[in-house]
Design a protein around this ligand. Structure first.
Ligand SMILES: Nc1ncnc2c1ncn2[C@@H]1O[C@H](COP(=O)(O)OP(=O)(O)OP(=O)(O)O)[C@@H](O)[C@H]1O
Length: 265
């Protein structure tokens, strides 16, 4: 088994001056390269907070018994992290100038920036890597379109290409199918499955068990800032455990490696 890229030991994270409860409360977890994982939980359960730890955007409360290590280190350089962990978050779409060319959005991956590509210089190697990522996502024909003129699904693919361009081993996706129609969500799911089969490690955050592809065998359930369950998807994605997680009666049924869930009443 490879070394962990994330190790959390008894971590507490507080968000906002007036918070009465921790966004993450005594969380211990570790994620390893080669093992894709889905993070599942209701609204406000701490999923995005966990992702922010993973990408170096938040730091936990300092306590003697706790640590947060990324690639074995408690201190890290954001630029180095960017090369090792690619991130796709829904709120990123709004950070780009809609008039930016779609290909330029992908290039920004190499500067950790969100825009004004015209003022940046990129090497031939970076351009080739960006083209490769674009081809990988099947969006080569859209590279000269303005980013703002693309559909939600197309923009999502460009953001995934952007995350993949520096060739990180780990790809973190926060609710990647939000706002996508059924066809776009299915296509996106096929792309994610292919990335896992090609050796990428995915960390997929979702509210929906039905979006967890068969290639992701581990699920971490968060509830009220705590780890509610952590283990094989087959063990934890059941009617009983999902009802407990979401706080309403649910019925889960497995078929073809997917978990289908509906209300039990
Ligand atoms: N910027 C912020 N300032 C203050 N509190 C925050 C902030 N962001 C999140 N929180 C709080 O931290 C807790 C965990 O939020 P988080 O966004 O991590 O949950 P989540 O599981 O990602 O939710 P969702 O599914 O709704 O995106 C919540 O109680 C939330 O209100």
């Amino acid at each position: 088994m490879s070394d962990p890229f994330l190790e959390l030991e008894r971590v507490h994270v507080w968000r906002g001056e007036e918070a009465e409860v921790a966004a993450l409360d005594d969380v211990s977890l570790s994620f390893r390269q080669g093992e894709s994982v889905a993070i599942l939980g209701p609204n406000g359960s701490g999923k995005s907070t966990l992702l922010q730890l993973l990408v170096g955007g938040l730091r936990p409360e300092v306590r003697d018994e706790s640590y947060c290590r990324l690639f074995g280190e408690e201190r890290w350089c954001i630029d180095e992290l960017r090369e090792r962990i690619g991130v796709v978050m829904p709120e990123e779409v709004a950070r780009f100038d809609p008039e930016e060319l779609a290909f330029d959005v992908v290039l920004t991956a190499f500067r950790g920036a969100y825009g004004r590509v015209r003022t940046m210089r990129f090497s031939k190697t970076e351009r080739i890597a960006a083209s490769r990522a674009v081809d990988r996502l099947g969006i080569g024909h859209l590279v000269n379109r303005e980013f703002g003129a693309l559909s939600s699904g197309e923009r999502r693919r460009f953001l995934i290409a952007r995350a993949l361009a520096p060739d990180p081993g780990v790809l973190v996706l926060d609710e990647p199918s939000t706002a996508l129609d059924f066809a776009a969500a299915t296509e996106l799911s096929d792309i994610l499955r292919e990335l896992i089969r090609d050796g990428h490690t995915l960390v997929l955050v979702t509210h929906h068990p039905g979006e967890i592809p068969p290639e992701i065998e581990r699920v971490v359930m968060l509830k009220e800032g705590r780890v509610h369950a952590d283990g094989p998807a087959r063990t934890w994605l059941t009617s009983e455990h999902l009802s407990g997680l979401f706080g309403l009666p649910l019925r889960a049924r497995w078929s073809g490696g997917w978990c289908h869930v509906r209300g039990a009443s």
